[in-house]
Ligand binder design. Structure first.
Ligand code: NAP
Length: 326
């Protein structure tokens, strides 16, 4: 058993400031906000036994840290972490599930309403003084009334989105790799079939190779000209060229996006579109929820070095039995 106070934790890239401040009171922290550790001496690199990170952890970064034992990721989606490499080196990765589920689901409903009822455009209209000058904001062509919603990724967040959608009186269906036995929503075995069946598609699935550009021109066409597309999963799940084209030429009606292919850069042709609502990856970004995520990051680090079972190892680490310090 090792106390966290005896351990050096690397924080490559940016981390929630409150979490970073707390971590600094508990452990020795080496910060590299730009993610570059090339200036660390060999002795400094050798002293690092844990990493707390929001975003990318490459194989090269792990290999530059010979005594790295554990990677605690801030966020439930850990597609930026090379987990395969971590596991091959016997390094467990942890993430922050559950504590952000409600916040992300709340934001998704907000984004859906903003998109269907053009609420951000309406607010811009008021602030530009156009209400008094030009009269009422135009009636929206879209509404949630009578909509059929498909969810790609009916996991923790997808289920919380579905629960919030139920009182809105919309129909709900889903696509996962496997059908759930605990819900009665209609299941579709492919994304294309789901898109055929609904007019509103919400993505709440993880990024990574398995979902790369799953939402392509064909899926958007099948969603149809009244289609609303919402993505709070990962930008990599969407072919952004196809999405921009579909929004420009009326293949679908509108999109609400919290995630993008090349964050924090958002393409100009997307920004130029009036039928897209764009949020800067804020689905879990409240002080309250980020504090809970930070506590879980720190709790995982504490447990690892204390020789206790990790609170939230990712499935790949669980499968490899990497849940407790040997
Ligand atoms: P989760 O409980 O693991 O749910 C993931 C769901 O996606 C599962 O239902 C899974 O079902 C499905 N899925 C996985 N791979 C798939 C594939 N290749 N094709 C189709 N479905 C697939 O995870 P969660 O906690 O709900 O989080 C989901 C994701 O939301 C995260 O990974 C992250 O990318 C994103 N997220 C975004 C924000 C944000 O700020 N915008 C915040 C939090 C989370 P099967 O295993 O049966 O396929």
């Amino acid at each position: 058993m090792t106390a966290l106070s005896d351990v050096t934790i690397l924080v490559p890239g940016r981390l929630n400031p409150d979490t970073l401040a707390e971590l600094k009171t508990l452990a020795r922290v080496v910060e590299r906000p730009n993610g570059d550790i090339s200036d660390l001496s060999e002795a400094e690199r050798a002293s690092v036994r844990g990493a707390a990170v929001m975003g990318v952890v490459s194989a090269a970064l792990m290999d530059a840290l010979p005594n790295l034992e554990v990677v605690a990721h801030f966020g439930v989606g850990y597609d930026g972490v090379d987990v395969k490499h971590a596991v091959s080196r016997g390094i467990p990765v942890t993430n922050t599930p559950d504590v952000l589920t409600d916040e992300v689901a709340d934001t998704t409903l907000g984004l859906l309403l903003m998109t269907a009822r053009r609420l951000s455009a309406a607010e811009r209209y008021l602030r530009a003084g156009r209400w008094a000058k030009d009269g009422h904001f135009p009636l929206t062509e879209t509404t949630l009334r009578g909509r059929s919603v498909g969810i790609m990724g009916l996991g923790r967040i997808g289920l919380a989105i579905a629960a919030r959608l139920e009182p809105f009186g919309v129909s709900i269906a889903y696509f996962n790799r496997s059908e759930r036995s605990d819900v009665s929503y209609p299941y579709f075995a492919t994304l294309g079939e789901l898109a055929d069946a609904v007019d509103t598609l919400i993505i709440a699935a993880p990024g990574g190779a398995g979902t790369e550009k799953a939402v392509n021109a064909d899926v958007l066409k099948r969603l149809g000209s009244d289609g609303i597309f919402i993505n709070i999963g990962r930008g990599s799940i969407v072919d952004e060229d196809a999405l921009v084209a579909a929004l420009q030429d009326g293949t679908i009606k509108a999109a609400g996006l919290d995630v993008f292919a090349d964050e924090p850069r958002v393409r100009e042709d997307l920004i130029a579109l009036d039928n897209a609502v764009l949020l800067p990856h804020v689905a879990s970004a409240s002080r309250h929820t980020r504090a809970q995520m930070g506590s879980l990051v720190i709790e995982n680090l504490r447990r690892w070095f204390a020789g206790e079972t990790l609170a939230t190892p990712v499935p790949e680490a669980q499968k490899a039995g990497l849940v407790k310090r040997p």
